[in-house]
Design a protein around this ligand. Structure first.
Ligand code: ADP
Ligand code: ZN
Ligand code: ZN
Length: 754
């Protein structure tokens, strides 16, 4: 074993495709691992160069005599590249991808190292003076100026692009305001330090005793060599972010750096600002809005020791800090932490591995922890800290659950329950804002009865069936479309029922209702209401997203209607009513995580109400008021939900009670896809032990995309390493499996239905 090593001499995307093969001398064979730095003779002159081992094999394509030998192993514990390559090797094994795909995930793309410059505009006036000006502008109907000053009262520094595009303030107006000494315009490096002169040094909060204790406990445990991750289970507004800030300070004092993961959608200017206020120039952001050059620049700054903190979505994990001491994952339950491309890594698990490689502490935060994290915390694998009170005041909202089956029985055919309609009108009269949230996750065709709430389910799998339109050959050879219900886990299918098998109602249909229809019905019901809509259609560009939010925050609308994107971490103190339409929609998506997702969404949405001084109310509309996800969300009872959901996962051997490997086959020819899936299932059976459960082959949720057929095999086992062994076995025979143009991919503990 380990007789040959693949070595790259340059750390970049472009170079990982063509590694060089070297012989491993006897004396290094025990010790050599992927990620290690080595000295190798290179080129015709055999000059010694530094390279990184990316893989070890016992076979090589090269003839033995011609191959050069590795000259030496170099020390590399503090070398960020070595760490990243070791991490890539782990990801490859853990999630099933090629080493090249794994390396491309952790290593930078080559980009021009030039920083983009941006304009920023800041308010020069004191707040009281600004308010006086605002009144003046409002009196004179100077709408644009008033809008700008209002925005500044929320946020002392704004980007030029935001002012121009989102606030629609013409450059001439900004210039004349600058001339009047109201604002100041400056050109700055993007994200370098947008608040350098904001004069907000006195922002630091005295931590509450609980916050202090949690921060101290986590640091003390780390100092004592305890490397267990910590879970911060705290409701929104309980002060988790302040604890993060204290922890980062503590780690910086220990000479370390910190990585802070925040879901991209929650990575708003406001969030970033809080970190800047603490750490100024020593913090930076890594996200998708940065160009390749800007990303490269942040990596360089991190590597050179110019940064202490990086904030970003999951890819921020791969910023090459010399000595990371802390990895924070905020909203750790978010599904965006799992990559959809191979390697399909989960940022939480990957962070824990990265932390193991460099001895860092891991801190996870959530108001609704994932079942994964909470079960591990209960098992003592994670430290658990609980924060149950909102620090900035504001009480928890009052929650009503409206049974939409009853509404229908009582003759109400509209989207809105009587209670929600009444409360919306009340708010409008009182001049308070409302948010309407439509849960559209389950849009993919689940079928339910509007009269009794019955949902068509698979008799074998306890997941809901999905509506498919399938081409059928008739007896005479004529073709026709037929609606069928299909299970995506076992392949079971049945005809679409014409009437509800439980109550006989004809109202058994797939659910179709979007934000557009809701906004329409709403303006029919409340003609005076100013309505804003936010969904995938109205937010195609990044600016439009900010624009809608700032318009709503600026009270330019009474009601905001949107999909789940409106429930993430935005503070609208004037919102006193949140309506959740079709709360159960996400329950019926054919996925074992549906209950968890629904519970989390409902809790988050409910958390939007009553963030200000006035108490909030929440109306949850559902066809399944008795479903445990909805009952526990209405009661804001996480523990209760956890118990019930975990029992269900244990019973059916779903993660985190067991692990699940999805083998995903795609092929242009349906027969080949089916056959390949059958073969993969067969090989899995050969490798199975008594604890292995194999399901399938079955068609994927979306059976065909772009004329490519999709099939899956699902393998369950309590022991993750049994699944990686099966994955490796299938991988070995993958060449045979990937006929013509077919592919085979792996997804461990999938979050989404394939
Ligand atoms: P979370 O991250 O849990 O949602 P935050 O850290 O954002 O909570 O805190 C919620 C609100 O409470 C913020 O407005 C924050 O400024 C305020 N806050 C947090 N900690 C304190 C504290 N120790 N004293 C006063 N206000 C605090
Ligand atoms: Zn029915
Ligand atoms: Zn089934």
């Amino acid at each position: 074993m380990n007789e040959f090593a693949d070595v790259i001499v340059d750390i970049s995307h472009e170079k990982v495709d063509r590694p060089f093969g070297y012989k491993v001398p006897e004396r290094f064979r025990e010790r050599l691992r992927p990620g290690m730095r080595v000295q190798i003779p290179f080129g015709t002159g055999n000059r010694l160069r530094t390279g990184y081992v990316i893989g070890l094999t016992s076979e090589s394509d090269f003839p033995d005599e011609k191959m050069k030998e590795i000259a030496d192993i170099l020390p590399g514990e503090k070398d960020p590249e070595a760490r990243m390559i070791a991490l890539a090797a782990w990801m490859k094994e853990q999630y099933g991808s090629t080493m090249i795909a794994a390396l491309k995930t952790v290593l930078p793309e080559k980009g021009k190292v030039r920083q983009k410059e941006k304009k920023e505009i800041r308010l020069v006036l004191e707040e009281a003076e600004a308010r006086r000006r605002l009144e003046g502008y409002e009196k004179k109907h100077a709408v644009a100026r008033a809008r700008l000053v209002r925005a500044f009262l929320r946020e002392p520094v704004l980007s030029g692009g935001f002012v121009r595009d989102a606030l629609r303030i013409p450059p001439a107006t900004v210039r004349s305001l600058a001339a009047e000494g109201v604002v100041e315009e400056r050109t700055v490096s993007f994200y370098r330090n947008p608040v350098r002169n904001a004069g907000t040094g006195g922002e630091k909060k005295e931590l509450s005793p609980l916050q202090k204790r949690i921060a101290a406990d986590i640091l003390a445990a780390w100092d004592a060599g305890d490397r267990r991750p910590s879970l911060l289970f705290g409701i929104t507004g309980s002060g988790k972010t302040e604890v993060y800030l204290a922890l980062i300070e503590g780690m910086i004092a220990r000479g370390k750096q910190a990585i802070v993961l925040i879901p991209e959608i929650a990575l708003t200017y406001q969030t970033v600002l809080r970190f800047y206020r603490h750490f100024g120039d020593r913090v930076s952001v890594m996200n998708s809005s940065l160009s390749a050059g800007e990303k490269q620049d942040q990596r360089l700054r991190a590597k050179r020791g110019e940064l202490d903190v990086i904030i970003g979505p999951r890819s921020a994990l791969f910023v090459p800090f010399p000595d990371p001491g802390l990895i924070i994952i905020d909203e750790e339950h978010e599904i965006s932490y799992k990559s959809e491309n191979a390697p399909r890594y989960h940022a939480r698990e990957t962070a824990i591995e990265l932390a193991r490689l460099c001895g860092a502490a891991v801190v996870l935060g959530s108001a609704t922890p994932s079942l994964e994290s909470y079960s591990r915390a209960r098992a003592g694998e994670f430290h658990l800290f609980t924060m149950k009170e909102r620090l900035a005041g504001g009480s928890l909202p009052r929650i009503f659950v409206e049974d939409m089956r009853r509404e229908l029985r009582e003759g109400n055919r509209s989207i809105f329950s009587a209670r929600l309609a009444e409360k919306l009108e009340e708010r409008l009269k009182a001049g308070e804002q409302s948010m309407l949230f439509i849960n559209r996750r389950g849009y993919a065709g689940f079928v339910s009865c509007r009269s009794c709430g019955y949902v068509c389910r698979c008799p074998h799998c306890s997941v809901s069936l999905s509506e498919h339109r399938i081409k059928r050959m008739g007896y005479g050879g004529q073709q026709g479309m037929q609606a069928r219900l299909v299970c995506h886990y076992c392949g079971y299918s049945q005809p679409m029922p014409q009437i509800c098998p439980v109550c006989g109602s004809r109202y058994i249909l797939g659910f179709r209702a979007g934000t557009e229809q809701i906004a329409e019905q709403l303006s029919g019901m409340l003609p005076a209401a100013r309505i804003l809509r936010m969904d995938a259609d109205t937010t195609r560009t990044k600016d439009s997203y900010e624009k809608i939010l700032s318009a709503f925050a600026g009270r330019e609308a009474d009601i905001l209607v949107g999909t789940q994107m409106i429930v993430k971490g935005h503070d609208f103190p004037d919102v006193t009513l949140v309506g959740i339409l079709a709360a159960d929609l996400s329950l019926s998506v054919g996925n074992y995580r549906a209950g968890e997702r629904t519970f989390q969404l409902l809790c988050q949405a409910a958390g939007r109400a009553g963030r200000g001084p006035r108490p909030g109310e929440v109306v949850i509309q559902t066809y399944q008021p008795d479903h445990y996800s909805i009952r526990y969300a209405a009661a804001q009872d996480y523990e209760g939900f956890f118990e019930e959901e975990y029992t269900y996962r244990k019973l059916l051997a779903y993660p985190p009670a067991a692990h699940l490997l999805a083998v995903q086959i795609q092929d242009k020819k349906e027969e080949d896809a089916l056959q390949a899936a059958g073969e993969a299932a067969g090989w899995a059976k050969e490798m199975a032990d008594e604890g292995t459960v194999i399901i399938g082959p079955a068609p994927a949720l979306i059976e065909k995309i772009n004329d490519i057929y999709r099939y899956g095999v699902y393998i369950k086992h309590r022991d993750y390493s049994r699944l990686t062994a099966i994955k490796n076995g299938i991988e070995k025979r993958r060449a045979a499996l990937e006929r013509a143009r077919g592919t085979c991919q792996f997804d461990f503990d999938p979050l989404n239905t394939y």
